[in-house]
Design a protein around this ligand. Structure first.
Ligand SMILES: [Zn+2]
Length: 223
């Protein structure tokens, strides 16, 4: 399997291609192209959040813990200082370490998070966040989601490529465990994830403008 640095460099390269072509084809301004580059790179790291040794999962839960502390701070502002300190540090530790432990226990490496369905989940989360929280226009939000999805797919492809041993043309047992539509071995997990993805898609802004741009990009590439 490809390691962290390989994933990081290939995803960053893919992100560069996405940003350059998005800008050249006139669907992204400079800011949007830069964001697309970052998001593709991030997408290329995301599938390995199911790996116990992954740096990404540590970052993710540290970030979540910081957000929790910030949100909680508003609520406990008027409390005595020592109580604030106690509750905030307890919150930080339980998210950064506790929630991470629980998460790692329930996710098998190369399970559900190494699937296109999980890619769709993160892409839609980006679309919704960009649209509702950052108040971007629907088209721009969908391009951001697309960047995450492209990075995610690059990661899955890379894992598959690495499971073919090119030196003596032999296929390792891990072949077929990375690039998949969903987790075939755990249908219940997959159905659950599918329901979440459907719910997110239901709340997403209309992709019509994005499809239109995608089609014109496709026509440009073909001609
Ligand atoms: Zn992986």
């Amino acid at each position: 399997m490809a390691n962290f640095n390989t994933h990081l460099s290939v995803a960053a390269l893919g992100g560069g291609l996405v940003a350059l072509s998005g800008h050249a084809l006139g669907v992204m301004d400079l800011d949007a192209a830069f964001t697309a580059w970052l998001l593709t790179t991030l997408g290329g790291l995301l599938p390995d959040i199911d790996s116990k040794s992954s740096k990404v999962v540590t970052w993710l839960f540290t970030a979540l813990a910081l957000i929790t502390v910030l949100l909680l701070f508003e609520a406990v502002r008027t409390w005595p200082l020592w109580q604030q300190a106690m509750i905030l540090s307890a919150a930080f530790v339980s998210v950064a370490y506790g929630a991470k432990q629980v998460f790692s226990r329930f996710t098998a490496h190369r399970g559900i998070f190494h699937s296109l369905l999980a890619g769709a989940l993160f892409a839609l989360l980006q679309v919704l966040g960009a649209y509702y929280i950052l108040a971007l226009e629907a088209v721009a939000a969908w391009w951001q989601g697309a960047a995450v999805f492209i990075g995610f797919t690059i990661h899955l492809l890379l894992d598959e490529i690495y499971s073919v041993d090119l030196t003596n043309i032999r296929i390792k047992r891990s072949f077929g465990t990375a690039l998949k539509l969903w987790d075939y071995r755990r249908p219940l997990n997959s159905i659950f994830l599918l329901l979440i993805v459907a719910a997110l898609a239901w709340h997403a802004p209309s992709p019509q403008g994005f499809w239109g741009q995608l089609q014109s990009v496709w026509q440009l590439v073909q001609s």
